[in-house]
Design a protein around this ligand. Structure first.
Ligand SMILES: NC(=O)c1ccc[n+]([C@@H]2O[C@H](COP(=O)([O-])OP(=O)(O)OC[C@H]3O[C@@H](n4cnc5c(N)ncnc54)[C@H](O)[C@@H]3O)[C@@H](O)[C@H]2O)c1
Length: 330
């Protein structure tokens, strides 16, 4: 048994697994997305060799999405593939990264450019690990939970209706429903040929926002970007007549109630659209979105010819609510 952790999960999470600590070899990598790379994989492979791993070995990834992605990739390449399992320790990893079999590493600034579809043998989701997770990280993962409710889980949607603050979250119930919603989609379409694309709801605008703020050296969390992205894309669905105004309002209200966007300065439309056109899902600059058509149901590959109104609306929200808007003069 081999256990992979990062420097934070080694201290905060591995000690909660006393039944493993005697038998397992522990391999540690530095914490942080900048270390989700081949160099750290090389380190993992060298340690596996040093400790005598063979094709019967199991690599147990104890960490957030970074450790799960890297560990699953390292295991998938080692001796053409050894078994691995995930013990996710962040909300993002419990709700999203550990489920669905996508594993990989970044190449420079290119996210997940090397990777495999390689599902874990098993995943153990245990909310106890969240006790030491910083609030900012908790909040970031909540966006994906809200997304799963909107695109495919009326049961999860109902639970979220009773939540005003993150502290009230009934994690066991919420993470169970969220995992079931994602599993239903990935089992129907493991390699993202069709319905799995609905998991991209909120991400076309979200990735554009994330890239924009990264370029300005004022990064926002992935979760905040996806939360704002879902709000804008919900309005697109409404404007195109795909989603009723009643449902669109309910979705926007839920996102604004649970998430916090207070320090975010929304960029002007012209800036954002350039980032959106570089989206992996764009075909010859035509923008493709995954858009909800009801609460609990979503379409994919929807071409949106005019996203301007929805993005302008997002900026207006920023001006009038907890989101702040300034004209970008940089
Ligand atoms: N494979 C997929 O389908 C998929 C889906 C979503 C995201 N991802 C990937 O997941 C990664 C992001 O995952 P993340 O948000 O979990 O980030 P992360 O793994 O980098 O963890 C965030 C931080 O929290 C620390 N941490 C983790 N668990 C902790 C705990 N219980 N207590 C204290 N600190 C803890 C980590 O050391 C790190 O500093 C990205 O690389 C993203 O590409 C993959």
């Amino acid at each position: 048994l081999f256990l992979l952790a990062d420097t934070n999960t080694k201290v905060n999470c591995v000690p909660l697994l006393p039944m493993l600590s005697g038998d397992a070899h522990i391999i540690v990598i530095p914490a942080g997305e900048q270390f989700k790379n081949l160099e750290q994989c090389q380190h993992v492979w060298e340690k596996l060799i040093e400790y005598g791993a063979d094709r019967q070995s199991l690599l147990l990834n104890v960490g957030g999405g970074m450790v799960c992605d890297l560990g699953g990739f390292a295991a998938g390449c080692f001796q053409r593939g050894i078994r691995f399992a995930h013990i996710p320790t962040t909300v993002t990893a419990m709700a999203d990264a550990a489920i669905g079999g996508k594993v990989g590493v970044d190449v420079g600034h290119l996210k997940n450019y090397l990777g495999l579809f390689n599902p874990a043998e098993w995943i153990w989701i245990e909310p106890l690990f969240l006790k030491t997770l910083p609030q900012k990280e908790v909040m970031s993962g909540v966006a994906e939970i809200i997304k799963h409710a909107i695109i495919g889980s009326p049961a999860l949607w109902d639970i979220l209706q009773h939540i005003d603050e993150i502290d009230q979250m009934p994690w066991k119930e919420v993470l169970t429903q969220s995992a079931l919603a994602k599993m239903k989609v990935v089992e129907a379409d493991p390699k993202e040929m069709g319905i799995r694309k609905i998991l991209n709801f909120g991400h076309t605008v979200g990735h554009a926002l994330e890239s924009y703020f990264l370029k300005k050296n004022t990064p926002i969390s992935h979760g905040q970007a996806v939360g704002l992205g879902m709000m804008a894309e919900t309005r697109m669905a409404e404007e195109m007549g795909i989603l009723s105004s009643d449902d669109a309002d309910k979705i926007v209200v839920l996102i604004q109630r649970i998430m916090d966007f207070s320090d975010i300065l929304i960029p002007p439309y012209d800036e954002l659209i350039t980032f959106m056109q570089r989206d992996k899902k764009a075909v010859r600059h035509e923008l493709r979105f995954s858009l909800p058509d009801a609460i609990g149901s979503c379409r994919w590959d929807v071409e949106v010819k005019n996203p301007k109104n929805a993005l302008d609306w997002l900026s207006e929200q920023a001006a009038t609510s907890s989101l702040r808007y300034i004209k970008d003069t940089l």
